[in-house]
Every structure is written in structure tokens, then in C-alpha cells.
Write a protein that binds this ligand. Structure first.
Ligand code: GLA
Ligand code: ZN
Length: 656
């Protein structure tokens, strides 16, 4: 486990590089990421490369034994390139080219951009391949599924559709374009879905556009990976990602990357709702689940954030260290902080790094150095891993479909996944967040909320899992659409009806209205947003609505199917329901629960096959006391403990 910083040598006078490297080394920094925006310095004019300054930077870091993550600088083409080839700039929904002078606005499908992007990458790799200071290659920066509407993207989208559908008649049939006289007579008529209002566009077209833009990003990554691999066969390759409006399909994006990198900016202000405490742990579990192995954090919260929005609060005492430790125990092999020092110039000058503009050691720096020290003593965790009994399935296509057509006020796909995640976290369980295409046979419990877009392979995966004895939870809005994002003429949850032993006879999108459900033990919970009215075939009711015109009808069901069990949650509840439901599910599937864990304390258990290490993270702004079942040895304070007293955002790790 290593701690690093993002560093921009091109933004600082040369005389500062060595002082900075020396200070980093003294602090305990082991990694530095450089170069992702430095193209204009590396190729100041067409074909004129200048790597001398980068040679210097790398040799300085090498002198201080700091490993370099070297980035292909393709995020920001230099102005000369835009001038020579104006059509490499993205075109917005308004049909206009985006203004230069910002970043990330190159069109990744533009042939001349691809040519120059590959060339600068090749030059860089040739020069530094075999350099022992370089520990990883990063391609570009925070790539999105860009909805670029330039002529190249439009033409490629049409080709993409033509190779998938063959004829325009097939497109018409698949998209159902007879609605609103939308029938195409040629592929040339197809436009990206940028009309206003957006919600009036054809949902099949919108989902296919998402798939195409996501594919474009994955292809760009693959092409650059091949350029790197031709020159260097050893150093691992990655790209850094995050959650944005245009998030690409993570599983596809990272298929040819050696590891996943994530930019982690947990919120600084403490939400009132305890449910939200767990959301960044959820993101970390999702990142680990993309390749089902450890990942890196390539950018980590270090100071007040801001610049393109008003500034946030500064990280509270404990958060710099605590949030990094949280990422490490959830599977980050490295946490690289954004950034060593805050920029004095440029648009980003209020997105703070560890050091402020003053360059003087501050409170955050002191906490960061403590983090570096603690992590250097945790090498015992290096060969440990997280083994989970529980999986939550995340589908990028379903996520995209819900963004295209929000279902009802208050309903968010990821919130449902997080509600379950929070519930299991409440009982100290490890949780994997993985793709519905993953082999799930090894899990005791699988939660697949709102799998909206049906995919045959996924349907089979879930049936097989239950047939072989698994316990599965499905929820409302499952099975609604086919792969074309069209509704299916069948009662819900369509292909899963038999599995859940119930069918939806009607639904009520109640939005912000609240109703109540009562479970088999008489516990009552508030439900909102969505109510499926269910008729049971082979299932039994786990909970019923206790008001509304469907009073006393089933809201949550349980069905034994072959050797397994399938639950269906036909509504969306407040957190206490998920906690109670999770408790019952864990009991029934024999998954151990940690009792009396204070709200907001997270537990991650890591194992190397021999020893188990239990990591307790206080994700609250109050001191928390956690009783231990027996005296245990703390890896942080190096002494035996029979209870833990954790300061706000403090982590302790005990050996079981
Ligand atoms: C993103 C980018 C970084 C930086 C940070 C904070 O995560 O990748 O380059 O801009 O935002 O502003
Ligand atoms: Zn384009």
C-alpha cells in the first residue's frame, strides 16, 4: 500500500522540483503522478518533441526513490494542433464547436486527433520504457462517454448502427419509429439525440447513442494500450475514472487496462442522513468490483474543493487520513492525493491540494504525513484481500436507461444499490459490487436492484444461481425493458415472473407520497416512490402494504425456486426497512453479523488465508466506542485492545 501525490512540474519553476521531491520523500510519499495535461510542453510545435525537462523531473524523483505514474497527455492537445485541425474539437448539442482554452474537449473519434495522440504516446513510451522509476502508465484523464456531435462522430454512429442492424428497416423496427412519424428512410437521417426537450427523443436511439459513445471511449483506450504495449510489455497500464453524467460502461472501459484507477472525492460536510455515510464506501466497492481485484485511487481529496463551483468546507480533522485509509482497506493498493500543492494560476486555483498557495506546512499536511507513516507500517495488509459473501449487481446499461427516462420523483438507481449496501455495512459485512455478467455462483446472497434492461445472459445467470441454491433479491422496475430499451408486452417482472413466483398486476408511482408496509413480524416501514401491486403464484408475502387502496396486498415476496430462494421488493423504503431485511437475509443465509456497531462505523475484513484483519473506520464526526468480542491486537497502536475508542474518521485495524 502506497501513498502518492499528483504533481504538475510544468506549473512550477524548475528550481522548485527538487525541493518538492525532497519534501515529498521526507513526508513518506512513494508515488507521484505527472504529465496528463502537459502536451504543449512535450511537443511545443508539430513534430518537435521536448522531453529534456521530463527526463530531469523523472531523474529527480528517482533520486528520492519516488515511483512515477507517467501519463499520456492526450487530455489537452496543444493550440497548434487545434489550429491545424479545427475538426478535432468536440461539437456540442447546439452544433457548435467548443471553444479552445479549456481541457478535455478533443474528439476522441477524430482521425487526426487519434494520429497525434498515438504519436505523442509512442514517443513518451519509447523514451521511458525500461526506466525503473516509471511504475505505471496512465492513459488520458477522466475519459467520459463524450456526446460529441461532430461529423465524424455522427458518421461513425451511423456506421455503428449499420453494422449492428444491417438495414434501415431493421432500425425502424427495432426503435419503433412509427411513433410520431419518426421513420428513417436512410442511415444518413439518423442524428444523435440532442433535440430539445431531450425526454421527447426515442429511448432506443438514446440507449444506442450511449452504447456508441461508451464504445468509442473503450476503443480509444484499447488503441492507446496497444501503442504502449508495442513499446513496453511490463509496466501496468491504467486510466482514471469517476462518476459523471456521461460515465462510460466501466466494465468495457477497463477490459484492456491492467488495473482500475478512481478519483475519490468524498463529501467533506457530514450529511444528516446516515444512509449517505456509506456512499463513498459503495463507490470504492464498485471500483474494486470492476476487475474483481485491487485498484488505485489516482486522485484523493486533499483540501477544500471548488473553482467551477463555490468552494466546499475544508476537510474536517481526521478526514485526510481517514478517507485514505478507508480507500486502502476497501482495495486501493495506492492512494494518490490531488494534489501536492494548490495551483497559483489557471482555472483550478481553488481546488486545493495538500499544501495551500502559501507552500507552508499546514494542518492538512501534518495529517497527511501521519497517514504516510501509518501506511508504511501496514505492509502486513499488502497480501490480504477482501472475500465477500454478498454481491450487489450494478448494470451500466440500466443506469443509462434510468438517466434517459427517470421513473418517478425521488427514484435513483444508484440510491437503491446504496440502500442495500448501507444495510449490510450496518452489520459489518464485506460487500462486492459487481457486473451482472460476473460469475456469482460463489456468493451466499446476491442483490440485483431494478435490473431494468433485460439481457438473456444475465437472466440465465440469475436463474442458474437460484436453481443451484443461491438467495437472490430483485426489486421493482426489474425486467421492464428489452435490450433496445423498449417495453415488453408481458406482466412484470416479465422474464423473472417464474423465478419470483409473483406478478405485478398494476403499479403506482407514488413519488414523494408515503405509505406504510408491514412485514411478517408486524414491523412497519415507510415506503415511497414506487409501489408494485403483486399477485402471488408460488411466492409468499414477506411484507404487505398497510395502507393505500391496496392495503393488505403483498409488497415484498419470497419464493422458493428449485434449491434457492428469490425475493422481490416491489416498493422503495426508508433505510430502516433495508436494515431489517438485510438482518433477516443474513440470518437465513448464514452470513455472520456484527451486532451493536454504532451508526456510521464501517468494518472491512481482509484475509491472507491464514490471518484475518478487521478494519474499523469511524465515518462520523463523533467519537465512537466499539466493544470487541474478545481482546485483540491493534495493528495501528501495536497493543492489545478489548474495546476501540475511535476519534472522528479514525481507523483501527485489529488481528482476529
Ligand atoms: C478531476 C481531474 C483533475 C482535477 C480534479 C479537481 O478529478 O481529473 O485533473 O481537475 O478534478 O479539480
Ligand atoms: Zn466527435
Amino acid at each position: 500500500m502506497r501513498i502518492g501525490v499528483d504533481y504538475y512540474p510544468e506549473q512550477w519553476d524548475r528550481s522548485m522540483w527538487e525541493k518538492d521531491a525532497e519534501a515529498m520523500a521526507r513526508t513518506g510519499v512513494k508515488l507521484v503522478r505527472i504529465g496528463e495535461f502537459a502536451w504543449s510542453r512535450l511537443e511545443p510545435r508539430d513534430s518537435e518533441f521536448d522531453f529534456f525537462w521530463l527526463d530531469d523531473v523523472i531523474s529527480i524523483f528517482s533520486k528520492y526513490s519516488i515511483g512515477v505514474i507517467l501519463c499520456a497527455p492526450t487530455n489537452c492537445p496543444p493550440l497548434w494542433l487545434y489550429e491545424a485541425y479545427p475538426d478535432i474539437i468536440q461539437v456540442g448539442a447546439d452544433g457548435k464547436r467548443i471553444q479552445t482554452g479549456i481541457r478535455g474537449h478533443r474528439c476522441i473519434n477524430a482521425p487526426m486527433f487519434q494520429y497525434y495522440a498515438k504519436r505523442i504516446t509512442e514517443q513518451m513510451i519509447r523514451r521511458y520504457s525500461g526506466n525503473p522509476t516509471v511504475v505505471a502508465w496512465q492513459i488520458d484523464n477522466e475519459l467520459e462517454a463524450y456526446p460529441c456531435c461532430c461529423e465524424v462522430c455522427k458518421a461513425k454512429f451511423r456506421d455503428w448502427l449499420a453494422s449492428k442492424y444491417d438495414t434501415i428497416e431493421n432500425v425502424n423496427a427495432a426503435f419503433g419509429t412509427s411513433v410520431w412519424s419518426g421513420e428513417y428512410s436512410s442511415f444518413e437521417q439518423i442524428q444523435p439525440p440532442t433535440a430539445y426537450p431531450k425526454a421527447w427523443q426515442n429511448p432506443s436511439l438514446c440507449l444506442e447513442w450511449y452504447r456508441f459513445t461508451s464504445d468509442s471511449t473503450a476503443n480509444f483506450l484499447k488503441e492507446l494500450m496497444l501503442v504502449i504495449r508495442l513499446e513496453d510489455t511490463k509496466v501496468p497500464i491504467t486510466t482514471n475514472t469517476w462518476f459523471s453524467e456521461n460515465t462510460p460502461d466501466f466494465y468495457q472501459m477497463f477490459e484492456f487496462m491492467d488495473f482500475v484507477s478512481y478519483d475519490n472525492y468524498p463529501p467533506v460536510s457530514i450529511p444528516n442522513d446516515t444512509e449517505e455515510f456509506y456512499s463513498h464506501a459503495f463507490h470504492l466497492d464498485l471500483m474494486r468490483g470492476i476487475k474483481e481485484k485491487n485498484f488505485w485511487v489516482m486522485e484523493q481529496l486533499s483540501g477544500p474543493t471548488g473553482s467551477w463551483m463555490p468552494m466546499s468546507q475544508t476537510p474536517r480533522p481526521g478526514q485526510i487520513k481517514g478517507y485514505s485509509m478507508q480507500a486502502l482497506v476497501h482495495g486501493a493498493s495506492a492512494v494518490v492525493h490531488f494534489r501536492w500543492r494548490t495551483a497559483l494560476t489557471g482555472a483550478e486555483m481553488y481546488w486545493h491540494g495538500i499544501l495551500d498557495h502559501s507552500n507552508k506546512p499546514n494542518r492538512r499536511y501534518l495529517e497527511f504525513s501521519e497517514l504516510c507513516k501509518s501506511v508504511s507500517q501496514l505492509s502486513i495488509l499488502d497480501d490480504t484481500e477482501i472475500i465477500s459473501d454478498i454481491a450487489i449487481l450494478y448494470s451500466p446499461e440500466t443506469d443509462a436507461a434510468f438517466k434517459i427516462q427517470p421513473q418517478v420523483e425521488g427514484f435513483y438507481y444508484l440510491e437503491q444499490l446504496k440502500a442495500f449496501h448501507a444495510a449490510f455495512t450496518h452489520y459489518g459485512a464485506n460487500i462486492d459490487v459487481i457486473s451482472p455478467d460476473t460469475d456469482i455462483s460463489g456468493y451466499k446472497l446476491v442483490i440485483a436492484p431494478s435490473l431494468h434492461i433485460n439481457k438473456r445472459s444475465v437472466t440465465e445467470n440469475l436463474y442458474r444461481y437460484v436453481i443451484n441454491g443461491g438467495t437472490l433479491v430483485l426489486t421493482a422496475r426489474t425486467g421492464v425493458k428489452n435490450e433496445l430499451n423498449n417495453c415488453i408486452m408481458d406482466s412484470l417482472p416479465t422474464v423473472f415472473k417464474e423465478l419470483v413466483g409473483a406478478e405485478v398486476t398494476e403499479y403506482d408511482p407514488i413519488g414523494k407520497h408515503e405509505l406504510t408496509i408491514r412485514d411478517f413480524a408486524g414491523n412497519e416501514f415507510v415506503c415511497k416512490e414506487w409501489c408494485d401491486l403483486l399477485q402471488l403464484t408460488t411466492a409468499r408475502a414477506y411484507a404487505e402494504y398497510s395502507d393505500g387502496f391496496f392495503d393488505c396486498t403483498p409488497a415484498v415476496t419470497m419464493n422458493r425456486y428449485c434449491n434457492g430462494v428469490a425475493y422481490y421488493v416491489g416498493t422503495i423504503c426508508e433505510q430502516d426497512f433495508y436494515n431489517s431485511f438485510a438482518s433477516n437475509l443474513m440470518m437465513q443465509t448464514g452470513i455472520p453479523k456484527l451486532k451493536n456497531l454504532p451508526d456510521g462505523v464501517e468494518v472491512t475484513t481482509r484475509t491472507n488465508g491464514r490471518d484475518e484483519y478487521v478494519c474499523f473506520f469511524n465515518n462520523t464526526n463523533q467519537t465512537q466506542t466499539i466493544p470487541l468480542p474478545k481482546p485483540m491486537f491493534s495493528m495501528i497502536s501495536s497493543r492489545g485492545r478489548d474495546k476501540l475508542e475511535l476519534d472522528p474518521f479514525e481507523m483501527d485495524i485489529v488481528r482476529k
